[in-house]
Design a binder for this molecule. Structure first.
Ligand code: B12
Ligand code: SF4
Ligand code: SF4
Length: 229
C-alpha cells in the first residue's frame, strides 16, 4: 500500500489520512485473514467538517434509517479494505470497543484533553476517526510522525472545564447523565444546535469547529444513541 494513493482516494469522500504506525503486540490489533498478524495500522477520519458535504449527499444520510454515518463509513472502509487486502476496523459497534484514541496517539501527535477527547495541535478538538485499515506489510511511504506538545500544557485557564451549563466535566470524569438531561430539556439550545459548549470553548483551532449542520447532526445522533441504551 502507498499512503499517498490512499490519501487521494480518501479525499474524494472528504476523509483524511490520520497517520499510520507499525503494530506491536501491545496495540491489540486483531489478526488479518488466516490468523496473520497485522504489520501496520492506518487511521482514517475527518478534520473539521471535511466529510460533511460528501456525507450529507450520500444515500445513507438521505435514506432516513439509523446510524447513517456509521453505515457510510462502513461502506467506504469495507470497499477500501477489499481493494488493499486489508481488514477494516471501526470505532463503533462495540462494546468491546477498539482503542481508537490509543491507536490515534500512536499514529499522530494527539494527546488526551480534560474533556476526554484527544486534542490535535492543528485541529484542536475538531476531529474524529471513522475507521482503521489493518495491513500485512508496512506502507512503502510511511514517514516518521512529528511529535508536538499537547496544546493543553500551555492553557492555564482551561476554559473547556467552565463552559458546560450543567458542570458535566469535572476534569477527571464526564457526567453523562447531567449532560443528557440538559440536551433533552433544551433541544433548541446552543449545545444541540452548535455542538458541546465545553468543546466550543477551547481556543485551539476555532476555525476547525464543525459547521452548525454537522455539529447538530452529531448531537442528535448522540441523544438518539443514548435514548436507545
Ligand atoms: C464509549 C464512547 C463514548 C461514551 C463514553 C466516553 C468515555 N469518555 O467514557 C459516550 C457515549 C459518553 C461518548 C460520547 C462522545 N464521544 Co465518544 N466514544 C466512545 C468510544 C466508542 C469508545 C471509548 C472507549 O471506551 N474506548 C475503550 C478504551 C480501551 O480505548 P482507549 O483508546 O485506550 O481509551 C482511551 C480513551 O478512552 C481515553 N479517555 C476516556 N475517557 C477519558 C477521560 C479523560 C478525562 C481522559 C483524559 C481520557 C479519557 O483514555 C483512554 C486511554 O488512552 C470511542 C470510539 C473508540 N472505539 O475508541 C468514541 C470516541 C472517544 N468518542 C468520540 C466523540 C467525538 C464523542 C462525542 C463528542 C460525540 C458527539 N456528540 O459528537 C461525545 C462526547 C459528548 C460530549 N458532551 O462532548 C470520538 C473522540 C474523537 C477525539 N477527538 O478524540 C471517538 C474516538 C469516536 C470517533 N469516531 O472518533 N463516547
Ligand atoms: S480549553 Fe485548554 S485545556 Fe481545554 S482542551 Fe482546549 S487547550 Fe486543552
Ligand atoms: S453537550 Fe452541553 S451539557 Fe453536554 S457536556 Fe457539552 S456543554 Fe455540557
Amino acid at each position: 500500500m502507498r499512503l499517498l494513493q490512499l490519501k487521494h482516494e480518501l479525499e474524494a469522500h472528504g476523509l483524511v489520512l490520520r497517520g499510520a504506525f507499525e503494530v506491536g503486540p501491545e496495540d491489540h490489533v486483531p489478526p488479518l485473514a488466516h490468523a496473520m498478524p497485522a504489520a501496520a495500522l492506518v487511521l482514517v477520519g475527518n478534520v473539521g467538517s471535511s466529510l460533511w458535504p460528501q456525507f450529507a449527499a450520500s444515500p445513507e444520510y438521505c435514506d432516513g434509517r439509523r446510524d447513517p454515518l456509521d453505515r457510510w463509513s462502513q461502506r467506504i472502509g469495507d470497499a477500501l479494505a477489499a481493494r488493499y487486502g486489508a481488514r477494516a476496523l471501526y470505532p463503533f459497534g462495540g462494546p468491546p470497543h477498539y482503542p481508537f484514541q490509543r491507536w490515534a496517539s500512536r499514529a499522530e501527535s494527539v494527546h488526551p484533553s480534560p474533556l476526554g477527547l484527544a486534542i490535535h495541535p492543528e485541529h484542536g478538538l475538531w476531529h474524529a476517526y471513522r475507521f482503521a485499515l489493518a495491513i500485512d506489510q508496512m506502507p512503502d511511504d510511511l514517514a516518521p510522525t512529528p511529535e508536538y506538545a499537547s496544546p493543553c500544557l500551555g492553557c492555564a485557564k482551561r476554559p473547556c472545564l467552565d463552559a458546560c451549563p450543567v458542570g458535566a466535566f469535572t476534569g477527571t470524569e464526564y457526567r453523562i447523565g447531567a449532560c443528557m438531561l440538559h440536551l433533552r430539556d433544551t433541544p433548541g439550545g446552543a449545545c444541540m444546535q452548535l455542538g458541546c459548549a465545553a468543546r466550543c470553548a477551547c481556543p485551539v483551532s476555532a476555525p476547525s469547529r464543525y459547521d452548525s449542520q454537522h455539529a447538530a447532526f452529531h448531537m442528535q445522533a448522540f441523544v438518539i444513541a443514548q435514548s436507545s441504551e
